[in-house]
Design a protein around this ligand. Structure first.
Ligand SMILES: [Zn+2]
Length: 245
């Protein structure tokens, strides 16, 4: 609602509800200041809006954010920067509730996630096979050469690289896009309980939590099939959810 008030020389406005309230708070607008808004037929002293009691007592008053009428603050409820009169409180709260749209998450079930993980294992397996092959070849060449000690170094580097790629693949893709290639292909995403993207750190931790899930006959993974939010054990550990986009 837009307000106008009588300044020292001329009328000032339009000003917003918040500005109007701050002028009341800092004393620019007093009970004797003439004010007007579009719901009023004529200019009135601000004090008159609040009824005779406020004018006489000089107690703090505010404008109801809902109906625009003035009330004693002691009869009102404050929500953030807004004051609301007792009469408007139910309507105001209802509006607040409607304004807060709760994100409804569409949790992804066990089988689609299983499908996504097969795609991911194919990708990581192929990459790791190529690495093993490359470094294995180098190790073989080194072992037949004059300095066979290089062979061990090549196989260690190859093994470490494979490990880094497996961890890095999960961490990078989930941290950056919320999904590995397999999850993207299946339209899945790893998110926080609120539906937001997870951090690289959480994606990194989730990789190791997945190892825990894979222990004891993959029971940690199978748990997703029976959970009401379809959480696998690693989702419980890292407080994540897998959703359909
Ligand atoms: Zn009201």
């Amino acid at each position: 609602m837009q307000w106008y008030y009588e300044g020292s020389q001329k009328s000032v406005g339009p000003i917003s509800e918040e500005e109007f309230q701050s002028l009341i708070d800092n004393g620019t607008i007093t009970n004797s200041t003439l004010v007007w808004n579009s719901t009023m037929t004529d200019w009135k002293k601000y004090g008159e809006l609040n009824g005779p009691s406020a004018e006489n007592t000089g107690r703090s008053t505010s404008i109801c954010a809902e109906c625009g009428r003035g009330f004693l603050r002691e009869d009102m409820i404050k929500y953030g920067d807004s004051w609301v009169c007792a009469q408007c409180k139910p309507v105001f709260i209802q509006k607040l509730k409607e304004g807060v749209t709760v994100k409804q998450l569409n949790y992804a079930g066990f089988w689609i996630r299983f499908g996504a993980s097969i795609i991911d294992s194919i990708i990581t397996t192929v990459v790791n096979l190529l690495i093993s092959f490359g470094f294995g070849l180098m190790a073989a060449v080194a072992s037949s050469s004059s300095d066979p000690s290089n062979a061990a170094i090549y196989s260690v580097i190859g093994t470490l690289l494979s490990l880094c790629i497996t961890i890095g693949y999960e961490t990078f893709f989930i941290g950056k896009w919320g999904a590995t290639i397999g999850k993207m292909a299946c339209g899945l995403k790893v998110v926080t309980p609120e539906g937001d993207k997870i951090t690289y750190l959480r994606a990194f931790a989730r990789y190791f939590a997945k190892i825990v899930s894979s222990l004891i006959l993959l029971i940690g993974f199978i748990m997703a099939a029976f959970d009401d939010e379809k959480r696998a054990l690693h989702d419980r550990i890292c407080d994540t959810r897998v959703v359909r986009k």
